[in-house]
Design a binder for this molecule. Structure first.
Ligand code: TXA
Ligand code: MG
Length: 351
């Protein structure tokens, strides 16, 4: 398949620039587009043939449901039934933005889109290209992250092109995804509100609006346990993973840098390509391997925004062993550590 590439400036484009992309979505095609979290691979969410194509292009397991993207808050009512007040409260405060809300689905939402579930995940993205595309297409847009299943989510168009060129109708290049981590997912479809995937919108921020909310116990575990199954099917897969073996070193920072220096030297002496994920504060302490800073410890948002790009850079360099420092796991850090643990297949060395 011939994939068209459309390059647009998020802050300065004409709505009509998106007409061809909108038409592709209306006609059942696949269009990858930027959002403020990560790039999405979109298709008409109510057309089961269209959303099935997403699974094929990504190599995604069919039981892993898709998030349905909307252009206006009230569209939530077209897709969901029995919407609790808390959903309206969250939508009012956090939409448009990096929050996905899970609700009971209406019959018109096909099981091909919800991975066989009776619930539907809904998000109103903030990125202006995404919103205009959805609005102009006139359809609701099912969109998982625009990567091959299992790889790190794409935070720029080059990542999408690497994974999906020739497999989708169009890729819209709108520059960098500013946040760099996928949306926070909140389940309001039954009983007590629950966070199924941590993200930029933290537990404390949610609590301020709707009161008590808990994490799905599965996302707090430091190792995959067969008896604790995550409620978001996508959270059970090894994910966001680079091709090389990634290990997290945790503990006091100075001890961590020493341990990483030791293991990096050993691996290099054996002839392996080694990468180290570090931060602005500590990058000068490493003496071996390819050292990449993902951001500053004083600015968690910079770390979130840098993580996936660095994992992909190490893939391009065919790095065989990657070692990373760990990060605090409160609030926003919870989201960063959640992704890092999955990317590492839960390999953690405590020093
Ligand atoms: O930021 C984001 O959310 C990005 C952008 C493109 O919007 N999208 C994204 O989609 O991360 P994806 O497909 O990579 O992740 C969606 C996650 C999966 O873990 C999936 O299992 C979960 O949401 N999910 C979707 N619908 C669900 C449902 N009805 N119940 C439970 N989990 C659901
Ligand atoms: Mg994904």
């Amino acid at each position: 398949m011939n994939t068209k590439i459309l390059t647009l400036d998020t802050d300065n484009f004409q709505a009509s620039d998106l007409e061809e992309a909108a038409k592709l979505l209306r006609d059942g095609g696949l269009v990858a587009f930027p959002t403020e979290t990560v790039y999405g691979l979109g298709a008409n969410a109510l057309d089961k043939r269209a959303s099935s194509k997403i699974y094929a292009a990504k190599g995604r397991p069919s039981d892993n449901p898709l998030i349905v993207h909307i252009a206006h808050r009230k569209d939530m009512e077209e897709l969901a039934d029995e919407i609790p007040d808390k959903a309206y409260q969250l939508a009012e405060v956090f939409w448009p933005g990096p929050l996905t809300i899970i609700l009971k689905k209406k019959a018109l939402v096909p099981y091909e889109t919800t991975g066989g579930l009776d619930t539907v995940a809904i998000r109103l993205p903030a990125n202006s290209i995404a919103r205009e595309l959805i609005a102009r297409s006139g359809v609701f847009v099912a969109a998982p992250s625009a990567n091959i299943s299992g790889k790190p989510s794409p935070t720029n168009a080059k990542h999408v092109i690497n994974d999906l060129l020739g497999k989708v109708d169009m890729i819209i290049d709108g520059g960098k995804a500013t946040l760099g981590l996928e949306s926070t997912i909140v389940d309001l479809s039954e009983g007590a509100p629950m966070i199924l995937r941590p993200g930029c919108i933290t537990k404390a921020m949610l609590q301020n609006v709707i009161g008590a909310i808990e994490y799905d116990p599965a996302i707090l575990t430091r190792e995959p346990k067969s008896d604790i199954v995550p409620k978001a099917p996508g959270m059970k897969y090894r994910h966001y993973a680079p091709e090389g073996s990634l290990t997290i070193y945790s503990g006091e920072l100075q001890a961590v840098t020493e341990a990483i220096n030791t293991i990096a030297r050993e691996k290099m002496e054996c002839g392996y390509r080694v990468g180290i994920i570090t931060t602005e504060e500590t990058k000068h302490h490493y003496h071996y391997g390819l050292v990449k800073s993902i951001g500053s410890r004083k600015d968690e948002a910079s770390i979130a925004a840098g993580l996936y790009g660095v994992l992909r850079e190490f893939d391009e360099l065919h790095t065989e062993y990657i070692y990373t420092e760990s990060f605090s796991d409160n609030q926003f850090g919870q989201a960063i550590m959640n992704r890092l643990l999955k990317a590492a297949g839960y390999q953690v060395v405590k020093v």
